[in-house]
Design a protein around this ligand. Structure first.
Ligand SMILES: [Zn+2]
Length: 161
């Protein structure tokens, strides 16, 4: 007896299957996967640790309520409640959602900085600095953490509430 595939599942993407066939360097996906999935601009920033031009990103002045997710894998990264206007030209947050990002020492370009990557897919997001707000921010007037998560717009996907 041959098992017929369930037609309603034929088109369904199976992340487990895909990951196991591409698993190798500790990354869930190889670079070919990302080249196909991302736009050239997204690929340059997320996978080659590039930086978008300041004041050009779509979320620099965004004020809508919602959750900013990783554009590469959909991992929820930042709440709009943590967003503040840093004047730097990049979307800035004073904290990430718990467990959403990882930090790494980055000594490229003659600077010592802390890089932020997506905890789920490892994509580059931006850098974290210690000059964030400590006064009340956001609709709840919560006190800022003093951190500034400086994130490229192109890495983010806002899911509005
Ligand atoms: Zn991700």
């Amino acid at each position: 007896m041959t098992k017929k595939p369930m037609p309603e599942h034929e088109e369904e993407w199976n992340p487990e299957e895909e990951q196991s066939s591409l698993r190798g360097q500790g990354d869930a996906h190889d670079e070919k996967y990302w080249e196909n999935k991302l736009t050239p601009e997204q690929y340059k920033v997320l996978r080659e640790k590039g930086t978008e031009a300041p004041f050009m990103g779509q979320y620099v002045h965004e004020k809508a309520d919602g959750t900013y997710a990783c554009v590469a894998c959909g991992n929820p990264l930042f709440s709009s409640d943590a967003k503040f206007d840093s004047g730097t030209g990049w979307p800035s947050f004073d904290q990430a959602l718990p467990g959403a990002v990882e930090t790494h020492a980055d000594t490229s370009h003659g600077m010592t900085r802390t890089e932020i990557t997506c905890a789920r897919c490892g994509s580059h997001l931006g850098h974290i600095f210690d000059d964030g707000p400590t006064g009340p921010i956001g609709p709840s007037h919560r006190l800022g953490t003093g951190k500034r998560y400086c994130i490229n717009s192109v890495c983010l996907d806002l899911e509005e509430k």
